[in-house]
Write a protein that binds this ligand. Structure first.
Ligand SMILES: [Cu+2]
Length: 507
């Protein structure tokens, strides 16, 4: 038995080592010397039941390789103008949001069965302001139960839309709350136990923009669809009939695809002015990581993280977003002209979104040098660790503190309004392990340290999802402003469903 395990591990390791060079996994797995395996590593290996491992997912020939060996993405031909989600604001304090099924023409002349909010595919951008009391009037017109989860929103647990708040087909629910956080780009998606990944995959995802007094006075581009664009990145795998067949392509370590959709548009291009343009990026994929950069090699400015503005615009040449994460960037198109070849590309230079520059459209904006007053205080830096989490495993055997999700078990309690330090360690396995995007519901947290060091400038801002690399330890300052039960989990949606999730009750 042991020798069989060895062989499985070696084969798997070899596949990963040859396949992951383009991805940002740690290099240790490539250098790992199996003859020097430590006692502990042996133990870990025995603890994992490799016989149940989805070896199909490791196969590079069958079209759905594993998370650590991504399928290559298509290059956008730019033949379709990017779809712009409808912008919705509260009407008499109410925003109607209906989950529904429909058909969408993603490929010319073909109807694909899809899910959407208030439409056949994806959802609107809901714009709210800090201090506003709003009712999200949710309705489930699907033929299966769903929930409405507001990712990144500071909201009482009963309205958070986690697995406890299941809405049956035909049912409605009013979620009333007061927006009590600053300007940010948040999102919403379903969260029913066992069906989150598939429902998101089929198209249930929308955005929430929070504006505040500050955000209006920073000189930032803020004309929706003119110089301020949402960009929802999702990779998908279509079958020969151009349908989503989620169960057929599901990968227990994260379902990825070879076809890029941005705001649901295949082969998109975006027409922009010869001016500074704000792009709000959401990695809305089930599992794929993106390294966003410009094909010109030019840098751009990052202005916001998941939950708010950075203190100042930060020059970046690339941004990595794992599933669930957002970033806002400013690209200065004034230095290009109509003949320029400019595109947003992914790490291996696959073209995600080519830009067409309309020279008639210009605008000079003066962006403030100071955007926010975010700070990790000395007190927060000196707080003791009061919650320890260890992420471990892969595929169907993913654990937090050796446990898998149980809706009837509360893993932690925390007092409302009290800041605690959560220390999260991503424990590598025999094969090196993989990065887990760790997300906490109902709050925005601060990254205090990564492996004991101050986080890089682009992570010094409010976050609700943080990528934790194998063998990395991340300390977070976490405070809940509301009470209730909240999920914390890996945002690789298949990991979440396989049990890499727990519950904290805020009292
Ligand atoms: Cu994970």
């Amino acid at each position: 038995m042991k020798s069989k395990l060895w062989i499985t591990a070696l084969i798997t390791s070899a596949v990963i080592a040859t396949g992951c060079s383009a991805n940002n996994t740690n290099s240790e797995s490539e250098e790992m010397d199996h003859s020097n395996m430590s006692e502990e590593e042996m133990k870990n290996m025995e603890g994992m039941d490799h016989s149940n491992m989805d070896m199909e997912g490791m196969d590079m020939e069958n079209g759905h390789a594993s998370h650590t060996n991504p399928l290559e993405l298509n290059n956008s031909t730019g033949e379709n103008e990017l779809a712009l989600p409808p912008l919705v604001e509260a009407n008499d304090g109410v925003v109607d949001i209906t989950a529904q099924q429909g058909k969408t023409e993603i490929f010319e002349g073909v109807q694909t069965d899809t899910y959407g909010y208030n439409g056949s595919f994806l959802g609107p951008v809901i714009r709210v302001s800090e201090g506003e009391t709003v009712t999200f009037r949710t309705k489930n017109d699907l033929l299966e139960p769903t929930t409405f989860h507001w990712h990144g929103v500071d909201i009482p647990g009963e309205g958070d839309g986690g697995p406890h708040q299941l809405l049956q087909p035909g049912a409605s629910e009013d979620v009333k709350f007061t927006v009590s956080q600053g300007a940010s780009t948040l999102w919403f998606h379903p969260h029913p136990e066992g069906a989150t990944a598939e429902q998101v995959y089929k198209g249930l995802a929308g955005l929430i923009y929070v504006e505040d007094e500050n955000s209006k006075n920073l000189g930032l581009p803020d004309e929706y669809g003119v110089n301020d664009f949402p960009l929802v990145f999702q990779d998908r795998q279509f079958n020969e009939n151009k349908q989503f067949d989620y169960q057929a392509v599901r990968n227990e370590d994260g379902t990825i695809g070879d076809t890029m959709l941005v705001n649901g548009t295949l082969n998109p291009k975006l027409t922009v002015g010869k001016e500074k343009v704000r792009l709000r990026l959401l990695n809305g994929s089930n599992a794929r990581n993106y390294t966003f950069k410009l094909n010109t090699g030019d840098s751009f400015q990052q202005i916001a993280t998941d939950g708010g503005f950075l203190n100042e615009p930060t020059e970046m040449s690339e941004i990595i977003l794992t599933p669930g994460e957002r970033a806002e960037i400013i690209v200065d198109f004034s230095k290009y002209d109509a003949s320029s070849d400019v595109a947003l590309v992914n790490e291996a230079d696959s073209i995600l979104l080519p830009f067409k520059i309309d020279e008639q459209k210009t605008n000079t904006v003066e962006i403030s040098e100071t955007l926010n007053d975010y700070v990790v205080t000395e007190e927060e830096k000196n707080l003791p660790v009061t919650k320890k989490l260890e992420l471990f495993g892969m595929g169907e055997m993913v654990y937090i503190n050796d446990k898998q999700f149980d809706i009837n078990r509360i893993d932690f309690t925390q007092k409302q309004g009290e800041t605690e330090i959560w220390e999260i360690y991503n424990k590598p396995d025999m094969m090196g392990g993989m990065a887990h995007p760790f997300h906490i519901h109902g709050t925005q947290f601060k990254i205090v340290s990564i492996d004991g060091k101050e986080p890089p400038a682009e992570l010094q801002g409010w976050k609700d999802t943080v990528a934790i690399e194998p063998d990395q330890t991340v300390k977070l300052a976490v405070k809940f402003n509301n009470k209730g039960i909240y999920m914390f989990h890996c945002h690789v949606l298949e990991h979440e469903e396989n049990g890499m999730m727990g519950q904290v009750e805020v009292l």
